[in-house]
Design a protein around this ligand. Structure first.
Ligand SMILES: [Zn+2]
Ligand SMILES: [Zn+2]
Ligand SMILES: [Zn+2]
Length: 260
């Protein structure tokens, strides 16, 4: 039984693809799956819609996917490629403040960088109206049928959040998963995981580290995201095991009930 759906709004690393000024074979590819906006996902059940992260192209992503309502935004971390679309949340907070969740650090960053978004005076236009809530590690927030649990992971030296929503795991900008969080990622229907490029990187999983996590926690299916222009979609898809796929912008998949 399908519990909810997952839409990949963006699947690219911080530069996006194409990279400005780059003429490599991926940046000039005619395969539209090689065009990647900054990473973000929309998760919906019949009555609720949430997004994880709002990168610089959030407005374009919302228009492309005709997002007309949002019940909450969950942030993984405060890097520009995950947070800088925040002003366009004003369209979703005209009637009442929009609920926004993240770690203590994310909430503090939003307070400092976007103080005008915290004014409870909804009459004043031109800016978002956000109701910020700090999530503690392993805390769960319930949105309709969706239970969203914050799972700490490492992004280089920074501890950031990945999320488990029912039988979906969304693990981006990840260089290491602590053992406790690994336990929360077992029994998934779908695991989405950071796979920046083939070669190691200090703050992101390489392709082989991503495959290692997939093998270790054993989801029914897995999707790779946050790719850079080293990885061509079709070529990579052809070399992956049958239950692992490359995500692409606009891909929509149903999330089933998990294998527990
Ligand atoms: Zn990122
Ligand atoms: Zn390129
Ligand atoms: Zn990051």
């Amino acid at each position: 039984m399908t519990a909810f759906s997952l839409t990949f709004l963006g699947t690219g690393t911080s530069h996006g693809i194409p990279v400005i000024g780059c003429a490599c074979s991926v940046c000039t590819s005619s395969d539209e799956r090689d065009t990647r906006m900054r990473s973000s996902v929309l998760v919906e059940d019949e009555q609720h819609a949430i997004v994880i992260d709002t990168g610089p192209e959030f407005r374009l992503q919302a228009l492309k996917h005709r997002i007309t309502r949002l019940d909450a935004v969950f942030y993984t971390h405060d890097h520009a490629d995950h947070i800088n679309g925040i002003d366009d949340l004003r369209s979703f907070s005209e009637q009442s403040p929009l609920r926004v969740y993240g770690s203590k650090r994310v909430v503090e960053t939003i307070r400092v960088r976007f103080p005008y978004a915290l004014d409870a005076d909804v009459v004043a236009g031109g800016r978002p109206h956000l109701l910020l809530t700090v999530m503690k590690p392993y805390e769960t927030v319930t949105m309709g049928t969706m239970k969203v649990t914050a799972l700490p992971i490492l992004h280089g030296r920074d501890e950031i959040f990945s999320y488990r929503i029912g039988s979906l795991g969304y693990v981006t900008d990840c260089s290491e998963v602590p053992q406790k969080s690994v336990e929360y990622l077992r029994g998934l229907d779908t695991l989405v995981v950071d796979a920046l490029r083939r070669f190691p990187h200090p703050t992101h999983f390489s392709l082989f580290e991503a495959l290692g996590l997939i093998n270790h926690v054993g989801p029914k299916q897995a999707y790779l995201t946050h790719l850079c222009h080293d990885l061509a979609h079709q070529k990579l898809e052809e070399e992956l095991p049958p239950h692992v796929h490359v995500a692409y912008d606009g891909l929509v998949i149903p999330i089933g009930g998990g294998n527990e």
